[in-house]
Ligand binder design. Structure first.
Ligand code: CS2
Length: 486
């Protein structure tokens, strides 16, 4: 059956049960620019914007895709409307109206800068994934990155979000406009200050006065974002069409749980955030550390161990009893002590709630999706906790398991002939090709990845021993037998 396509013209025809924007889209102004309109943004920040627009017309979003035109091509014929499905026993559908345009850089470069300098633009957010920041292993801007080198040469046609922010802020300052607030919404610790340092380091190369202005005038709040958002699949497209009565080429889905914590800086109080459920907090590090280590740490653990053990989705991995037991102990006994107030009720409750979310059978979250970009994710999610455990003399056995499982995963992908989605894919596959399943040698090969395994941690005998034992014990099929009673 061919159905009518979702758009402004058909919006009123959605079936009962599908929530629609309660505001006049035509009366909204674009005050928010977002880089990276992937599923997570459309399910998270755009959802908050949609709720904000119900009370305040200033927060429609202009989204910028740095490479792909796919989302623009799917949503432009829909006037940028799309459905968000909340995955519960009774899924809830909501049409989101917050996106007003999608620009595709570099083709729309001029239009992107026009948005960045417009006086109405007060808030800029980013979901460009860990690798989009072009950072080196030390967490600072990597000047050897070819795209950063390119952007330093041709500032007017950048490839990276760093280049866009630097040039956008330069033009804004030249016009005497108030700077916009820049909120990174990626899973990086101290994402705000990390981004500020990267943009300031970039501009210091060409315009030290601008770098100083950015440092003193531009707010880069830390944020913590959370909501599990499985990639869109054919089943979702079909389900949305059936329930809403309209065809949507690119709906998005997420679990019902959603959280956004933004650092409470004076410049951030632009909107009535509390009215839509956003928390402004003085100390975001506490939240972001817990979220990265508990939620994302659990995800990466389930992904690499689960894939080795032949599981496909998070819910399946959680139904694998030895894996679930291991994960619970890892979170309660190894990760919790690395968090402020490790034994506190609050931390225990957070872990319980996370485990419950991971068990949600309505969410079909592919482990393969989470396994992407391991070289960027593992340092933040698990290796930092492992380094702290080493320094504090705590056990390393369990913490080593997901890291060793990732190594096994890389070897398996290499033997399967790839592909491996990771910014370090070439180096990883080269390592994988030399691996022979001899634990000491294979682990030593991975330890040559200086960005992940820097001394002194990587040189510590206890660290190496834990990885070698984990790698050996797991074998090629992810056996947990040796680790159950540890
Ligand atoms: C996941 C995250 O794909 C991944 O690496 O761990 O996208 C995770 O679902 C979100 O951070 C949850 O907020």
């Amino acid at each position: 059956m061919t159905q009518r396509r979702l758009s402004e013209a058909t919006l009123a025809q959605t079936r009962p049960g599908t929530a629609r924007p309660v505001y006049d889209r035509g009366a909204c102004r674009i005050g928010w620019v977002h880089f990276g309109p992937g599923a997570f943004h459309r399910a998270h920040q755009a959802y908050y914007a949609d709720r904000l627009l119900g009370r305040d017309p200033r927060w429609a979003i202009s989204a910028v895709s740095l490479r792909s035109a796919a989302v623009r091509d799917a949503l432009a014929p829909q006037d940028y409307l799309y459905c968000l499905a909340e995955l519960a026993e009774q899924p809830q559908l909501r049409v989101i109206g917050a996106l007003r345009e999608i620009l595709v850089a570099p083709a729309d470069c001029g239009a992107v800068f026009a948005r960045l300098v417009a006086p109405d633009t007060r808030f800029v957010t980013l979901t460009v994934t860990e690798k989009g920041y072009c950072l080196g292993g030390d967490g600072r801007l990597d000047f050897a990155h070819p795209d950063i080198a390119h952007d330093l040469r041709s500032g007017a046609r950048p490839r990276t979000v760093i280049g866009f922010l630097a040039e956008g802020l330069r033009r804004r300052r030249a016009r005497g406009h108030t700077p916009f607030v820049v909120a990174s919404c990626d899973n990086l610790p101290d994402n705000g200050p990390t981004l500020r340092a990267a943009v300031a380091a970039f501009t210091a190369r060409t315009d030290p006065g601008l770098a100083r202005w950015i440092d003193s005038e531009v707010a880069f709040p830390r944020t913590m974002v959370d909501s599990i958002t499985p990639a869109t699949d054919a089943a979702l497209i079909e389900r949305v069409a059936r329930a809403s009565g309209l065809q949507d080429e690119w709906p998005v889905q997420r679990e019902p749980f959603i959280q956004w914590v933004i650092e409470d800086l004076p410049q951030v109080r632009l909107a009535d955030w509390a009215s839509v459920g956003v928390t402004l907090a003085a100390d975001v590090s506490r939240y972001d550390r817990a979220k990265l280590r508990v939620v994302n740490g659990a995800h990466s653990t389930l992904a690499y161990l689960g894939l080795l053990r032949g599981r496909t989705t998070v819910a399946e991995a959680m139904a694998d009893a030895p894996l679930q037991r291991l994960l619970e102990r890892l979170l309660r006994e190894d990760i919790a002590p690395s968090l402020q107030g490790g034994g506190a009720l609050e931390v225990r409750g957070y872990i319980d709630a996370t485990l419950e979310r991971l068990r949600n059978p309505s969410v079909r979250h592919q482990l393969a999706q989470i396994a992407w970009d391991g070289s960027k994710k593992l340092p933040v999610r698990l290796l930092a906790a492992m380094a702290e455990a080493l320094a504090a003399g705590r056990p390393l056995e369990r913490l080593a398991l997901p890291i060793a499982a990732w190594m096994r995963f890389v070897v398996a992908r290499t033997r399967a002939g790839g592909p491996l989605t990771d910014p370090q894919a070439e180096r990883l596959l080269a390592i994988g090709r030399f691996c022979t399943d001899e634990a000491e040698r294979d682990v030593a090969r991975f330890l040559t990845l200086g960005e992940l395994f820097a001394p002194p941690v990587a040189a510590a005998p206890a660290f190496v021993r834990a990885l070698v034992n984990a790698y050996r014990g797991l074998g090629a099929s992810g056996s947990l037998a040796e680790f159950e009673d540890a």
